[in-house]
Design a protein around this ligand. Structure first.
Ligand SMILES: O=C(O)CC1=CCC(=O)O1
Length: 259
């Protein structure tokens, strides 16, 4: 399939090293809002909407993970970035892992948050069927219930409402096609091919992709470091923004400022 031109936003100094942030299933690039200001103090931060999400196109399917990687490579080319730091959460992390394994010369440092090299497919196939039948609004409360710990969600009803609105606004077919991408992901053989210095981040209470998934990634990528954020669920960057942003900056800054 031809790569699509994804919709993106840039923040930070134009000449700084590029950091690209890739979103999770059902989210938009807005999910990175807590991280962008601090990262943009010293990086050219690029957030984008994965195809089928937000303001990016939702071409007819089926999609494979390599289509999402092709979109990301096309974005790097549009940015004039031969190499970039790449961070992704969940589906975004799967895209980032595949890029790092397939085109290692395009990736400087890699950050993989709340993601998996081999998710259990059935739940995602069921989810695709559910949104095709009843739309993304029908699954939004259950999805967001996995993104934040129950305690944090109880204390932040406006955030919960905003996130549920984000999922409900997602294109039904785009969401379903990307859920099918997740269901088909098997990156176990790719892990050993990843040479980029890698940070892996877990939400200690993530019910969607529990910490064993990130442990398997950290075990499979040579030299990877693993940080567990607690309390934290599937979107630990929202619940623990200071800790996650600090971990990202520590990892990226170790590159010495050159992507
Ligand atoms: O949506 C979820 O429940 C968890 C998830 C899996 C892949 C992804 O991007 O989010």
């Amino acid at each position: 399939m031809t790569a699509v031109e994804v919709s993106y936003t840039e923040d930070g100094p134009a000449g700084a090293p590029v950091v690209v942030l890739s979103n999770s299933l059902g989210a938009t690039r807005g999910m990175w809002d807590p991280q962008v200001p601090a990262l943009a103090e010293r990086y050219r931060v690029v957030t984008y909407d994965t195809r089928g999400h937000g303001e990016s196109p939702s071409p007819a399917g089926p999609y494979g993970l390599d289509d999402l990687v092709d979109d990301l490579v096309a974005l790097l080319d549009r940015l004039g970035a031969r190499r970039a730091h790449v961070a992704g959460l969940s589906l975004g992390g799967m895209t980032a892992m595949r890029l790092a394994a397939r085109e290692p010369d395009r990736v400087d440092r890699l950050a993989l948050l709340a993601t998996s090299a081999r998710p259990d497919p059935q739940g995602f196939l069921d989810r695709a069927a559910a949104v095709r039948a009843d739309g993304t609004a029908s699954i939004a409360p259950a999805v967001v219930a996995r993104w934040l710990t129950p305690q944090y969600a109880a204390g932040h009803p406006e955030l919960v409402a905003r996130l549920e609105g984000m999922v409900a606004a997602a294109d039904d077919e785009g969401y379903a096609l990307c859920a099918e991408v997740v269901a088909a992901v098997d990156l176990v053989a790719d892990l050993g091919r990843i040479t980029a210095p890698t940070l892996v981040v877990s939400g200690a209470e993530d019910p969607a992709l529990p910490p064993a998934h990130q442990q398997a990634i950290a075990d499979g990528i040579a030299g990877a470091s693993l940080v567990s954020v607690s309390p934290g669920a599937h979107l630990p960057n929202l619940e623990q923004p200071l800790e996650v942003t600090g971990a990202l900056l520590g990892h990226l800054d170790a590159a010495g400022g050159h992507a």
